[in-house]
Design a binder for this molecule. Structure first.
Ligand code: SF4
Length: 459
Protein backbone atom coordinates (compact mmCIF):
# COMPACT_ATOMS: atom_id res chain seq x y z
CA UNK A 1 0.00 0.00 0.00
CA UNK A 2 2.80 2.39 0.96
CA UNK A 3 4.36 1.80 -2.44
CA UNK A 4 1.37 3.51 -4.05
CA UNK A 5 2.81 6.78 -2.75
CA UNK A 6 5.94 6.37 -4.90
CA UNK A 7 5.80 9.32 -7.31
CA UNK A 8 6.05 8.57 -11.02
CA UNK A 9 9.11 9.89 -12.84
CA UNK A 10 12.66 9.73 -11.59
CA UNK A 11 13.35 11.86 -8.49
CA UNK A 12 16.75 13.53 -8.28
CA UNK A 13 18.66 12.18 -5.29
CA UNK A 14 22.27 12.56 -4.22
CA UNK A 15 22.72 10.81 -0.91
CA UNK A 16 19.72 8.70 -0.10
CA UNK A 17 18.95 5.06 -0.77
CA UNK A 18 15.37 3.88 -0.31
CA UNK A 19 15.00 0.10 -0.02
CA UNK A 20 18.38 -0.99 -1.38
CA UNK A 21 18.52 -3.36 -4.32
CA UNK A 22 21.33 -5.33 -2.66
CA UNK A 23 22.28 -6.87 0.66
CA UNK A 24 25.43 -6.54 2.71
CA UNK A 25 28.93 -7.85 1.99
CA UNK A 26 29.24 -10.41 4.82
CA UNK A 27 26.23 -12.35 3.52
CA UNK A 28 28.13 -13.11 0.32
CA UNK A 29 31.32 -13.87 2.22
CA UNK A 30 29.46 -16.26 4.52
CA UNK A 31 27.84 -17.98 1.55
CA UNK A 32 31.20 -18.41 -0.19
CA UNK A 33 32.74 -19.81 3.02
CA UNK A 34 30.03 -22.48 3.12
CA UNK A 35 31.47 -23.65 -0.20
CA UNK A 36 34.58 -24.97 1.55
CA UNK A 37 34.40 -28.39 3.17
CA UNK A 38 34.28 -28.47 6.99
CA UNK A 39 34.42 -24.70 7.18
CA UNK A 40 32.78 -22.54 9.83
CA UNK A 41 31.97 -18.99 8.65
CA UNK A 42 32.74 -16.49 11.40
CA UNK A 43 31.40 -12.95 11.57
CA UNK A 44 33.76 -10.50 13.27
CA UNK A 45 31.34 -7.96 14.68
CA UNK A 46 28.19 -7.72 16.72
CA UNK A 47 25.69 -10.52 17.22
CA UNK A 48 23.07 -8.52 15.35
CA UNK A 49 25.03 -8.53 12.10
CA UNK A 50 25.63 -12.27 12.31
CA UNK A 51 21.96 -12.93 13.12
CA UNK A 52 20.90 -10.93 10.07
CA UNK A 53 23.38 -12.66 7.75
CA UNK A 54 22.47 -16.12 8.98
CA UNK A 55 18.75 -15.52 8.84
CA UNK A 56 18.99 -14.15 5.29
CA UNK A 57 20.80 -17.27 4.13
CA UNK A 58 18.58 -19.59 6.17
CA UNK A 59 15.41 -18.06 4.74
CA UNK A 60 16.72 -18.18 1.17
CA UNK A 61 17.99 -21.77 1.34
CA UNK A 62 15.44 -23.17 3.77
CA UNK A 63 18.27 -24.93 5.56
CA UNK A 64 19.91 -24.07 8.89
CA UNK A 65 23.03 -22.02 8.16
CA UNK A 66 25.85 -22.35 10.69
CA UNK A 67 28.08 -19.45 11.57
CA UNK A 68 29.71 -17.96 14.64
CA UNK A 69 30.32 -14.40 15.82
CA UNK A 70 32.91 -12.43 17.78
CA UNK A 71 29.93 -11.00 19.64
CA UNK A 72 31.13 -7.43 20.12
CA UNK A 73 30.05 -5.58 23.24
CA UNK A 74 30.36 -1.84 23.99
CA UNK A 75 33.96 -2.46 25.13
CA UNK A 76 35.03 -4.20 21.91
CA UNK A 77 33.30 -1.50 19.89
CA UNK A 78 35.62 1.05 21.48
CA UNK A 79 38.86 -0.89 22.04
CA UNK A 80 38.67 -3.39 19.15
CA UNK A 81 37.57 -7.00 18.91
CA UNK A 82 40.91 -8.83 19.20
CA UNK A 83 40.22 -10.32 22.63
CA UNK A 84 36.78 -11.50 21.52
CA UNK A 85 37.93 -13.20 18.34
CA UNK A 86 40.89 -14.91 20.04
CA UNK A 87 38.49 -16.38 22.57
CA UNK A 88 36.14 -17.29 19.71
CA UNK A 89 38.85 -19.36 18.01
CA UNK A 90 39.38 -21.40 21.19
CA UNK A 91 35.65 -21.96 21.62
CA UNK A 92 34.90 -22.75 17.96
CA UNK A 93 37.72 -25.27 17.55
CA UNK A 94 36.90 -27.02 20.82
CA UNK A 95 33.10 -26.99 20.46
CA UNK A 96 32.50 -27.32 16.72
CA UNK A 97 35.79 -28.74 15.43
CA UNK A 98 35.91 -27.24 11.90
CA UNK A 99 38.96 -27.70 9.68
CA UNK A 100 38.76 -24.07 8.63
CA UNK A 101 37.35 -20.90 10.16
CA UNK A 102 36.57 -18.28 7.50
CA UNK A 103 36.35 -14.86 9.13
CA UNK A 104 34.48 -12.01 7.52
CA UNK A 105 34.58 -8.52 8.95
CA UNK A 106 31.56 -6.24 9.42
CA UNK A 107 31.01 -2.48 9.25
CA UNK A 108 31.85 -2.11 12.93
CA UNK A 109 35.15 -4.02 12.95
CA UNK A 110 36.17 -2.24 9.73
CA UNK A 111 35.46 1.19 11.21
CA UNK A 112 37.43 0.30 14.35
CA UNK A 113 40.22 -0.91 12.06
CA UNK A 114 40.82 -4.40 13.47
CA UNK A 115 43.83 -5.86 11.68
CA UNK A 116 42.82 -9.44 10.90
CA UNK A 117 46.23 -10.37 9.45
CA UNK A 118 47.92 -9.46 12.71
CA UNK A 119 45.17 -11.06 14.83
CA UNK A 120 45.35 -14.38 12.95
CA UNK A 121 49.15 -14.32 13.27
CA UNK A 122 48.83 -13.76 17.00
CA UNK A 123 46.27 -16.57 17.27
CA UNK A 124 48.74 -18.92 15.58
CA UNK A 125 51.60 -17.78 17.85
CA UNK A 126 49.41 -18.23 20.93
CA UNK A 127 48.53 -21.79 19.76
CA UNK A 128 44.84 -20.92 19.49
CA UNK A 129 44.73 -22.56 16.06
CA UNK A 130 45.22 -26.33 16.47
CA UNK A 131 47.66 -28.25 14.27
CA UNK A 132 46.22 -28.93 10.81
CA UNK A 133 43.51 -26.31 11.16
CA UNK A 134 43.39 -22.97 9.36
CA UNK A 135 41.87 -19.54 9.84
CA UNK A 136 41.34 -17.44 6.74
CA UNK A 137 39.78 -14.00 6.45
CA UNK A 138 38.22 -11.53 4.02
CA UNK A 139 37.62 -7.83 4.62
CA UNK A 140 33.95 -7.19 3.94
CA UNK A 141 33.00 -3.61 4.87
CA UNK A 142 29.35 -3.28 4.01
CA UNK A 143 29.48 0.44 3.37
CA UNK A 144 31.08 -0.56 0.06
CA UNK A 145 29.83 -2.94 -2.61
CA UNK A 146 27.23 -5.59 -1.92
CA UNK A 147 26.79 -9.28 -1.09
CA UNK A 148 28.45 -10.09 -4.43
CA UNK A 149 31.55 -8.07 -3.44
CA UNK A 150 31.69 -9.99 -0.17
CA UNK A 151 31.42 -13.29 -2.03
CA UNK A 152 34.21 -12.21 -4.41
CA UNK A 153 36.43 -11.17 -1.49
CA UNK A 154 36.00 -14.50 0.30
CA UNK A 155 36.63 -16.48 -2.92
CA UNK A 156 39.85 -14.48 -3.36
CA UNK A 157 40.79 -15.19 0.28
CA UNK A 158 40.59 -18.93 -0.47
CA UNK A 159 43.16 -18.47 -3.23
CA UNK A 160 45.33 -16.21 -1.08
CA UNK A 161 45.50 -18.58 1.88
CA UNK A 162 45.56 -21.95 0.12
CA UNK A 163 46.50 -22.01 -3.58
CA UNK A 164 50.07 -23.19 -4.15
CA UNK A 165 52.06 -23.74 -7.30
CA UNK A 166 54.40 -26.71 -7.04
CA UNK A 167 55.59 -26.30 -10.62
CA UNK A 168 53.84 -29.51 -11.70
CA UNK A 169 50.65 -28.94 -13.69
CA UNK A 170 47.84 -31.31 -12.65
CA UNK A 171 45.95 -30.83 -15.94
CA UNK A 172 42.76 -29.72 -14.18
CA UNK A 173 40.66 -26.68 -14.95
CA UNK A 174 39.70 -24.54 -11.98
CA UNK A 175 36.15 -23.24 -12.15
CA UNK A 176 35.33 -20.30 -9.91
CA UNK A 177 31.63 -19.44 -10.09
CA UNK A 178 30.12 -16.12 -9.06
CA UNK A 179 27.37 -15.87 -6.40
CA UNK A 180 24.90 -18.40 -7.78
CA UNK A 181 22.70 -21.18 -6.47
CA UNK A 182 24.11 -24.60 -5.43
CA UNK A 183 21.91 -26.16 -8.12
CA UNK A 184 23.72 -24.00 -10.68
CA UNK A 185 27.11 -25.07 -9.38
CA UNK A 186 25.99 -28.71 -9.76
CA UNK A 187 24.82 -28.00 -13.31
CA UNK A 188 28.18 -26.50 -14.29
CA UNK A 189 29.90 -29.56 -12.83
CA UNK A 190 27.50 -31.75 -14.80
CA UNK A 191 28.51 -30.03 -18.05
CA UNK A 192 32.22 -30.34 -17.27
CA UNK A 193 31.81 -34.03 -16.30
CA UNK A 194 29.82 -34.84 -19.44
CA UNK A 195 32.67 -33.33 -21.45
CA UNK A 196 35.14 -35.53 -19.61
CA UNK A 197 36.95 -32.58 -18.05
CA UNK A 198 38.88 -32.84 -14.80
CA UNK A 199 38.01 -29.77 -12.77
CA UNK A 200 38.26 -28.14 -9.37
CA UNK A 201 35.37 -25.92 -8.35
CA UNK A 202 35.25 -23.49 -5.46
CA UNK A 203 33.35 -22.05 -3.77
CA UNK A 204 31.02 -25.01 -4.19
CA UNK A 205 27.94 -24.88 -1.99
CA UNK A 206 26.19 -27.80 -3.68
CA UNK A 207 25.43 -30.47 -1.12
CA UNK A 208 25.92 -27.94 1.66
CA UNK A 209 22.98 -25.54 1.60
CA UNK A 210 20.75 -27.90 -0.43
CA UNK A 211 21.79 -31.17 1.20
CA UNK A 212 19.36 -34.06 1.68
CA UNK A 213 17.33 -34.76 4.81
CA UNK A 214 18.53 -38.19 5.91
CA UNK A 215 17.71 -38.13 9.58
CA UNK A 216 21.21 -37.10 10.69
CA UNK A 217 22.30 -33.62 11.71
CA UNK A 218 25.68 -32.66 10.31
CA UNK A 219 27.37 -29.48 11.43
CA UNK A 220 29.33 -29.70 8.18
CA UNK A 221 27.34 -31.31 5.36
CA UNK A 222 29.14 -33.59 2.93
CA UNK A 223 29.51 -31.02 0.10
CA UNK A 224 31.94 -28.17 -0.28
CA UNK A 225 35.34 -28.04 -1.93
CA UNK A 226 38.08 -29.75 0.13
CA UNK A 227 40.99 -27.55 1.17
CA UNK A 228 43.41 -29.87 -0.71
CA UNK A 229 41.61 -29.09 -3.97
CA UNK A 230 41.91 -25.34 -3.42
CA UNK A 231 45.63 -25.87 -2.74
CA UNK A 232 45.88 -27.92 -5.97
CA UNK A 233 44.14 -25.19 -7.99
CA UNK A 234 47.51 -23.42 -7.99
CA UNK A 235 48.75 -26.21 -10.27
CA UNK A 236 45.82 -26.15 -12.66
CA UNK A 237 46.09 -25.90 -16.39
CA UNK A 238 43.73 -22.91 -16.50
CA UNK A 239 41.15 -21.13 -14.39
CA UNK A 240 37.80 -19.75 -15.52
CA UNK A 241 35.96 -16.95 -13.74
CA UNK A 242 32.31 -17.81 -14.36
CA UNK A 243 30.66 -14.45 -13.82
CA UNK A 244 33.18 -11.65 -13.97
CA UNK A 245 32.05 -9.54 -11.03
CA UNK A 246 31.94 -12.29 -8.41
CA UNK A 247 34.82 -14.45 -9.64
CA UNK A 248 37.44 -12.30 -11.34
CA UNK A 249 39.33 -11.24 -8.21
CA UNK A 250 39.91 -14.86 -7.20
CA UNK A 251 41.07 -15.92 -10.67
CA UNK A 252 43.29 -12.85 -11.05
CA UNK A 253 44.97 -13.75 -7.78
CA UNK A 254 45.42 -17.32 -9.00
CA UNK A 255 47.23 -15.82 -11.97
CA UNK A 256 49.52 -13.49 -9.99
CA UNK A 257 50.13 -15.93 -7.12
CA UNK A 258 50.43 -19.20 -9.04
CA UNK A 259 50.79 -18.18 -12.69
CA UNK A 260 47.65 -20.06 -13.71
CA UNK A 261 46.31 -18.75 -17.06
CA UNK A 262 42.88 -17.24 -16.47
CA UNK A 263 39.81 -16.76 -18.63
CA UNK A 264 36.45 -15.17 -17.92
CA UNK A 265 32.93 -15.82 -19.14
CA UNK A 266 29.45 -14.74 -18.12
CA UNK A 267 27.39 -17.09 -16.01
CA UNK A 268 26.03 -19.63 -18.52
CA UNK A 269 22.40 -18.51 -18.35
CA UNK A 270 20.49 -19.04 -21.61
CA UNK A 271 21.65 -20.31 -24.99
CA UNK A 272 24.31 -17.77 -25.95
CA UNK A 273 26.11 -17.60 -22.61
CA UNK A 274 26.02 -21.41 -22.25
CA UNK A 275 27.39 -21.82 -25.77
CA UNK A 276 30.30 -19.53 -24.88
CA UNK A 277 30.94 -21.42 -21.62
CA UNK A 278 30.86 -24.84 -23.31
CA UNK A 279 33.06 -23.61 -26.14
CA UNK A 280 35.61 -22.23 -23.69
CA UNK A 281 35.73 -25.55 -21.81
CA UNK A 282 36.07 -27.38 -25.12
CA UNK A 283 38.97 -25.25 -26.31
CA UNK A 284 40.91 -25.21 -23.03
CA UNK A 285 40.50 -28.93 -22.38
CA UNK A 286 40.92 -29.92 -26.02
CA UNK A 287 37.82 -32.10 -26.04
CA UNK A 288 34.74 -32.26 -28.22
CA UNK A 289 31.18 -31.55 -27.07
CA UNK A 290 29.44 -34.87 -26.35
CA UNK A 291 26.08 -35.91 -27.75
CA UNK A 292 24.44 -35.63 -24.31
CA UNK A 293 25.18 -31.87 -24.16
CA UNK A 294 24.12 -31.41 -27.79
CA UNK A 295 20.82 -33.08 -26.91
CA UNK A 296 20.24 -30.71 -23.97
CA UNK A 297 21.01 -27.75 -26.23
CA UNK A 298 18.78 -29.01 -29.01
CA UNK A 299 15.84 -29.45 -26.66
CA UNK A 300 16.17 -25.90 -25.39
CA UNK A 301 16.39 -24.53 -28.94
CA UNK A 302 13.33 -26.61 -29.84
CA UNK A 303 11.16 -25.12 -27.07
CA UNK A 304 12.49 -21.64 -27.77
CA UNK A 305 11.47 -21.94 -31.42
CA UNK A 306 8.14 -23.70 -30.80
CA UNK A 307 6.97 -21.14 -28.29
CA UNK A 308 8.53 -17.93 -29.56
CA UNK A 309 5.08 -16.45 -30.26
CA UNK A 310 4.55 -16.23 -26.50
CA UNK A 311 7.83 -14.47 -25.76
CA UNK A 312 8.31 -12.36 -28.90
CA UNK A 313 7.89 -8.65 -28.23
CA UNK A 314 7.14 -9.09 -24.53
CA UNK A 315 8.49 -6.26 -22.41
CA UNK A 316 10.70 -7.11 -19.44
CA UNK A 317 12.32 -5.18 -16.57
CA UNK A 318 15.13 -6.78 -14.59
CA UNK A 319 16.59 -6.17 -11.15
CA UNK A 320 19.49 -8.11 -9.63
CA UNK A 321 23.22 -8.69 -9.53
CA UNK A 322 25.44 -7.79 -12.52
CA UNK A 323 26.63 -11.36 -13.16
CA UNK A 324 23.07 -12.62 -13.46
CA UNK A 325 21.71 -9.58 -15.30
CA UNK A 326 24.13 -9.70 -18.23
CA UNK A 327 23.33 -13.24 -19.44
CA UNK A 328 19.65 -12.83 -18.52
CA UNK A 329 19.40 -9.79 -20.79
CA UNK A 330 21.07 -11.82 -23.53
CA UNK A 331 18.59 -14.65 -22.95
CA UNK A 332 15.70 -12.18 -23.22
CA UNK A 333 17.16 -11.02 -26.53
CA UNK A 334 17.49 -14.62 -27.75
CA UNK A 335 13.82 -15.20 -26.86
CA UNK A 336 12.73 -12.08 -28.77
CA UNK A 337 11.75 -10.12 -25.66
CA UNK A 338 12.25 -6.40 -25.27
CA UNK A 339 14.16 -5.26 -22.20
CA UNK A 340 12.97 -1.91 -20.84
CA UNK A 341 14.90 -1.48 -17.60
CA UNK A 342 17.92 -3.08 -15.94
CA UNK A 343 18.81 -2.05 -12.39
CA UNK A 344 21.38 -3.25 -9.89
CA UNK A 345 22.31 -1.90 -6.48
CA UNK A 346 25.76 -3.46 -6.86
CA UNK A 347 28.28 -1.00 -8.32
CA UNK A 348 29.44 -2.94 -11.41
CA UNK A 349 33.10 -1.85 -11.13
CA UNK A 350 35.06 -2.87 -14.20
CA UNK A 351 32.22 -4.99 -15.57
CA UNK A 352 30.90 -3.05 -18.57
CA UNK A 353 27.28 -3.61 -17.64
CA UNK A 354 25.69 -0.64 -19.39
CA UNK A 355 27.92 -0.85 -22.45
CA UNK A 356 27.18 -4.53 -22.99
CA UNK A 357 23.44 -4.17 -22.50
CA UNK A 358 23.39 -1.26 -24.95
CA UNK A 359 25.15 -3.44 -27.52
CA UNK A 360 22.07 -5.64 -27.40
CA UNK A 361 19.27 -3.11 -27.02
CA UNK A 362 20.72 0.24 -28.07
CA UNK A 363 19.65 3.47 -26.40
CA UNK A 364 16.07 2.35 -25.71
CA UNK A 365 16.98 0.38 -22.60
CA UNK A 366 17.42 2.20 -19.28
CA UNK A 367 20.36 0.85 -17.28
CA UNK A 368 20.93 1.95 -13.68
CA UNK A 369 23.78 0.64 -11.57
CA UNK A 370 25.28 1.68 -8.25
CA UNK A 371 24.53 2.22 -4.60
CA UNK A 372 21.86 4.86 -5.23
CA UNK A 373 19.97 2.56 -7.57
CA UNK A 374 17.33 1.05 -5.34
CA UNK A 375 13.86 -0.51 -5.29
CA UNK A 376 12.31 2.96 -5.15
CA UNK A 377 14.03 3.96 -8.39
CA UNK A 378 13.09 0.64 -10.00
CA UNK A 379 9.45 1.20 -9.16
CA UNK A 380 9.55 4.72 -10.57
CA UNK A 381 10.94 3.37 -13.84
CA UNK A 382 8.44 0.54 -13.99
CA UNK A 383 5.52 2.84 -13.24
CA UNK A 384 6.49 5.11 -16.11
CA UNK A 385 6.83 2.33 -18.68
CA UNK A 386 5.05 -0.80 -17.53
CA UNK A 387 6.60 -4.15 -18.58
CA UNK A 388 4.77 -7.45 -19.14
CA UNK A 389 7.15 -9.19 -16.74
CA UNK A 390 9.55 -8.28 -13.94
CA UNK A 391 12.53 -10.50 -13.21
CA UNK A 392 14.05 -9.93 -9.78
CA UNK A 393 14.25 -11.00 -6.16
CA UNK A 394 11.49 -11.44 -3.60
CA UNK A 395 11.38 -7.74 -2.71
CA UNK A 396 9.90 -6.99 -6.16
CA UNK A 397 6.69 -8.75 -5.18
CA UNK A 398 5.16 -5.69 -3.54
CA UNK A 399 5.39 -3.49 -6.61
CA UNK A 400 4.36 -6.41 -8.82
CA UNK A 401 1.24 -6.90 -6.74
CA UNK A 402 0.43 -3.20 -6.75
CA UNK A 403 0.97 -2.79 -10.47
CA UNK A 404 -0.43 -6.20 -11.46
CA UNK A 405 2.77 -7.31 -13.18
CA UNK A 406 3.88 -10.96 -12.97
CA UNK A 407 7.20 -11.67 -11.25
CA UNK A 408 9.82 -14.24 -12.19
CA UNK A 409 11.89 -14.74 -9.08
CA UNK A 410 15.60 -14.83 -9.85
CA UNK A 411 18.73 -13.90 -7.90
CA UNK A 412 19.12 -13.27 -4.18
CA UNK A 413 17.22 -13.21 -1.91
CA UNK A 414 14.17 -15.34 -2.61
CA UNK A 415 12.30 -15.82 0.66
CA UNK A 416 8.79 -16.61 -0.49
CA UNK A 417 9.29 -19.47 -2.93
CA UNK A 418 11.31 -22.65 -2.89
CA UNK A 419 13.20 -24.54 -5.57
CA UNK A 420 15.99 -22.26 -6.72
CA UNK A 421 18.59 -24.16 -4.72
CA UNK A 422 17.46 -27.48 -6.26
CA UNK A 423 16.52 -26.50 -9.82
CA UNK A 424 19.25 -24.78 -11.86
CA UNK A 425 18.95 -21.86 -14.22
CA UNK A 426 22.42 -22.21 -15.79
CA UNK A 427 23.35 -24.53 -18.62
CA UNK A 428 20.96 -25.78 -21.28
CA UNK A 429 18.87 -27.68 -18.75
CA UNK A 430 18.70 -24.61 -16.51
CA UNK A 431 17.77 -22.52 -19.55
CA UNK A 432 14.90 -24.93 -20.16
CA UNK A 433 13.62 -24.49 -16.58
CA UNK A 434 13.88 -20.74 -16.91
CA UNK A 435 12.13 -20.67 -20.26
CA UNK A 436 9.31 -22.93 -19.06
CA UNK A 437 8.74 -20.66 -16.07
CA UNK A 438 8.61 -17.61 -18.33
CA UNK A 439 6.22 -19.32 -20.74
CA UNK A 440 3.94 -20.49 -17.94
CA UNK A 441 3.78 -16.97 -16.57
CA UNK A 442 2.76 -15.51 -19.94
CA UNK A 443 0.30 -18.31 -20.72
CA UNK A 444 -1.32 -18.12 -17.28
CA UNK A 445 -1.78 -14.38 -17.84
CA UNK A 446 -3.31 -15.01 -21.25
CA UNK A 447 -5.76 -17.51 -19.74
CA UNK A 448 -6.58 -15.15 -16.91
CA UNK A 449 -7.14 -12.10 -19.06
CA UNK A 450 -8.82 -13.67 -22.11
CA UNK A 451 -12.49 -13.04 -22.82
CA UNK A 452 -14.49 -16.16 -22.11
CA UNK A 453 -14.98 -16.98 -25.79
CA UNK A 454 -11.22 -16.72 -26.41
CA UNK A 455 -10.04 -19.19 -23.76
CA UNK A 456 -8.28 -21.92 -25.73
CA UNK A 457 -7.77 -25.51 -24.58
CA UNK A 458 -4.73 -25.89 -26.81
CA UNK A 459 -2.50 -22.83 -26.78
S1 SF4 B 1 25.34 -3.50 6.83
FE1 SF4 B 1 27.08 -3.57 8.26
S2 SF4 B 1 26.12 -3.21 10.27
FE2 SF4 B 1 24.49 -3.81 8.87
S3 SF4 B 1 24.28 -6.05 9.08
FE3 SF4 B 1 25.68 -5.66 7.37
S4 SF4 B 1 27.71 -5.72 8.30
FE4 SF4 B 1 26.26 -5.45 9.98
Amino acid sequence: MLLRHTPTGLSERKALTINPAKTCQPIGAMYAALGLRNCMPHSHGSQGCCAYHRSSLTRHYNDPIMSTTSSFSEGSSVFGGQANILESFTNIFSLYNPDIIAVNTTCLSEVIGDDLVQIIKKAAEDKKIPEGKTVIHANTPSFKGSHVTGYANMAAAMVKYFAKNTGKCNGKITLIPSFIEPSDMSEMKHIASEMGIKYIMYPDTSGVVNGPMDGHFRMYPKGGCPKESVVASGDSKAAIAIGRFGAMSATRLLDTQCKVPVHAVDLPIGITATDIFVDMLRKIAGVSVPESIRLERGQLVDVLCDMCQYTYGKKVSLLGDPDILLPMVQFCKDAGMEVLHVLTGTPPGKVKLEERIRELYGDKVIVKAGLLCDMFMFQQLVQENKPDLIMGNTYCKYMCRDLDIPLLRIGFPIYDRIGQSYVPMVGYRGGMHLLLKILNIFMDRQDRDAEEENVELIM
